[in-house]
Design a protein around this ligand. Sequence first.
Ligand SMILES: O=C(O)C(=O)Cc1ccc(O)cc1
Length: 398
Amino acid sequence: MTAFLSRLSHITFHVPTGTGLVSDLVDKFRFHLFAERVTARARQLALRKGAAVFLVNESDGEFLYDISPLHPVSTASNVCFEVQDVPTVSQSLQEWGCPLAIPPTDVTDSGGSVTYCVVRSVVGNISHTLLDCSRYRGAFLPGFRAMGDVPEGLRDPAEATHFDHITYACSRGSTQAVLDWYQHCFGFQRFIMNRQGDVAEGYRIHGHGMGLRLTAMRYRKGSEPRLVDDCKFVLAESLPEPGKNQVDAFLEQHGGAGIQHVGLYTTDIVSTARALAQAGVRFVEPPQAYYSEAGKAEEIRAAGQDPWLLSHHGILLDAERYLMQIFTKPIFPEETFFLELIKRRGAAGFGEGNIRALWRSVQRQKGQVQEAGCKEPPKTAQGTGELCCCQWLDLGRP
Ligand SMILES: O=C(O)C(=O)Cc1ccc(O)cc1
């Protein structure tokens, strides 16, 4: 029997003490710190934005609800799901040859009790904590102390409602094995991101120095596919092409496959991007050529959006039934994990059109620079002179 998941609970980071991740999440990304567990050997802090919850584990001490990954760099390494019956799920996983890193374990405090286990996935350092919280009424999990209420009522201009998707950077040639594992263990199902996608091959963006294969999957609750607003998973694999792209950079600097980015859903991407930028979040700046590509302004207007506003904030619009997205710069010193804001209007994909459009705009902008004999890097949307979209995907970097 497949181990069906009830819902995504939270995503866990492991960082050395004093990295500043918690203060960045609070001060810049406007998450609310709502629960903590502090012992002599570990500090675990839970932060929330809408239904999106991050758990930050600091130092490599004894954590509850996860293994100590002893990873050389800061990492997001655990996607935690709620399940109904941990002992049955863990037995099935073991029968399929998935060894448990932590067997079913009960933790109790005055709010009730929780049973959990941890299974290592087949992707890099990613593991999954499986939790049964049905007997728990506390703020987060047993062992955590509540830290004040999340403000309600007033609308937060930096709002985000939930995790839209989680993207894994996968090693070359591993996509099929990853899909098979998630399908077999948790009943994940592949889905086609857009009309050009292919069941066997996923969506390939290939040629002229750009090589990326994107495949999407989502989990099922019981026998039903989850609703569209539930968290989806993207497998990003780099294809052999000259030059290094963002997935290659992740694999190298992270020390193997792992969680590359998380998409936070927002209903008002312009307000959220503006509020986060004002709070100090650094976003990737697409080249101006992205917005001046033939037909782009019309496409943006046809979607009811303002081309100037989108270009001012660096928001991308993929017009295939459309979605808007904006990427932050990596949040750790390495070129590894970053966040994305995303707003969908009917589109189920992940901005594949944007990746192509960005690539074309980089090529055009490079062409203009060469024609003008210009040695300076071309200006970006916000005029800083940094060609940040190259940094984003390393699209066509010379
Ligand atoms: O657009 C998204 O959110 C994706 O998940 C697609 C994607 C995958 C890998 C990248 O390095 C950049 C973008």
